[in-house]
Design a protein around this ligand. Sequence first.
Ligand code: PGA
Length: 255
Amino acid sequence: MDKTKRKAVIAGNWKMNKTAGEGKELIEALLPAVVDAGCGVVICPPFTSIPAAVELTKGSRLSVGAQNVHFEKNGAFTGEVSADMLTELGVEYAIVGHSERRQYFGETDESVNLRAKAAVAAGLTAIVCVGESLAQREQGVTMELVRLQTKVALRDVSAEELKKVILAYEPVWAIGTGRTATAEQAEEVCAAIRGVLGELYGQQAAEGVTIQYGGSMNAGNAAELLSKPNVDGGLIGGASLKPADFAEIVKAASA
Ligand code: PGA
């Protein structure tokens, strides 16, 4: 497995944290901390902070992503934001199908597929999240479930479009719980995701796809998780709000 065939990407998912003013402070603290990053570094603040984030990060190592994107170009979708609205602001990434969106906002594998397609069609890189709940892990259906989520999320996504897709394996039981998957568990599922990608697009294309792990990744456990051959980066929640911790994770991915 040749990790040089793909880019390591660390993405910070701020979730519903930080007002625009607080976000500005966080970015100002992050900028010097990631100046030597040897990997892709993305921050995904709330929509309200995006214009300021794009402005503040211009010419820096930080790219800006959104936490969600709608699949239609415009229309009667109260509370939603389209891909064109994001790209116009200079956004480069969008998280799609985060488990909190699935759990609290009724997103399904099908809507995740539509959102991922809309994102890549507009030129965004979609960070597509998949992962099992605790009950599903205990029942032993993790592999089947993650394979299915991956396949449905990528329906009608071409090999060319796949170049604009990152997969994020996020076991739901590890998100915000402080309970991280072991590096072996993360590797096992990330490898299975790459296996599905190989079946769908061929091995060469699959080897070029960045696959992140997410779920209580922090400054202390990042290096071990990222040392695994199929773990190419991280989607970071809590630790992305702490500049020193986030910088440490970025350093681990840059090694
Ligand atoms: P966490 O969140 O790092 O706080 O567990 C990860 C995520 O939800 O993307």
